[in-house]
Design a protein around this ligand. Sequence first.
Ligand SMILES: *Cc1c(COP(=O)(O)O)cnc(C)c1O
Length: 407
Amino acid sequence: MDFNTRLLHGSAVKKYPEGATVPAVAQVSAFAYDTPEQLEKVFNNRAPGYAYSRIGNPTVDAFEQRICELEGGTAAVACSSGMAAITAALMNILQEGDEVIAGSGLFGGTIDLFGDLESFGIKTKFVNHITVEEIAPLITEKTKAVFGEVIGNPGLDVADIRPAADFVHERGIPLLLDSTTATPYLVQPLQLGADIVIHSSSKYINGGGNAISGVIVDGGSFLWDVEKYPRMAEYQKFGAFAYTAKLRSGIWRNMGGCLAPVNAFLNIVGMETLGLRMERICSNAHKLAGALSQFEGVTVNYPALPDSPYKEITDRQLGGRGGGIITMRTGSKEKAYRLMNRLKYACNATNIGDIRTLVIHPASTIYAHSTPERRQAAGVYEDTVRISVGIEDANDLICDFTEALRA
Ligand SMILES: *Cc1c(COP(=O)(O)O)cnc(C)c1O
């Protein structure tokens, strides 16, 4: 099955009661059983079933299974937000004294999270790009995870997954990738050697901009060395499910960042059109980036443009599709704001992956808490505008942006 067929007919798409084509919203907190013996069995994983929606819920399960199939993972765990997913994915394997190596062009919230983890004795070293050359000198005995984004938001640098994964695996370290901006439509990082894939499913997966959520997908092939990861020892018996078993019975369940059933439902409905939307969004973004790059005085950053340093890796790894985000330098903050104020269709909103085109001035919003160095490393300048391209007609978007630029 190809991507769009798999979205609708894959093995994760089950037969639902009464022939319903999408699962019902199991909008309940707890599940009742006839006897305390039955509940005991369910509670202790000795019988299938649900006990409490923080720990498991049929609608959330259905969403997890669909994402897991699309990414080709062994298991998926849904969370209340992308940030909850990133936090749980990292805390599942890190402890005091550990170090992480992370990319720079990352989502601002993720960079802030690495700052928060310092209070727990977890230190992060940043590289400009997730490449063997940049990671190699920073690896120490204490390095327990390498974290990056497949396409950085807002940096738009593209990670070359296979060589980075091979290199860190030789050193017993897993590669965790946030694939929010790429989506499984562009690439399935687990197939290229990544170990854990994380999404803010609030974005392209949901697609309609109507629910916050996140998900962690486990590739299941990383071999956890119990000397390096002592807390993984008791989960070794779960084999390919060791990471997920630890997550489900530990930090994920206890932190409480579970996905609401109705949000899982909205994600399932949304993700059935992921392929169609991404095809349109990538095509629109490519055309718009091309048109904008014709203008004097603006610099356009889009990975699929011929002059992008990531053009080659975009062609090789992402099938030439550059995703839905464009960043553009306009010359000054004033010019950026003047442009944004003239746009007819683009909403000023701090989100990406919506069907609507959105714009934001990152330096004064999502990157407002960052140091100038961090901003620069993420390609965020005073004059940068980030565009999250929607599914409007390409000609209308091009007219809107080019008229605003001319004015
Ligand atoms: C939005 C985003 C996040 C955070 O997700 P939330 O759902 O907003 O918590 C993480 N990573 C990337 C790349 C994002 O775009």
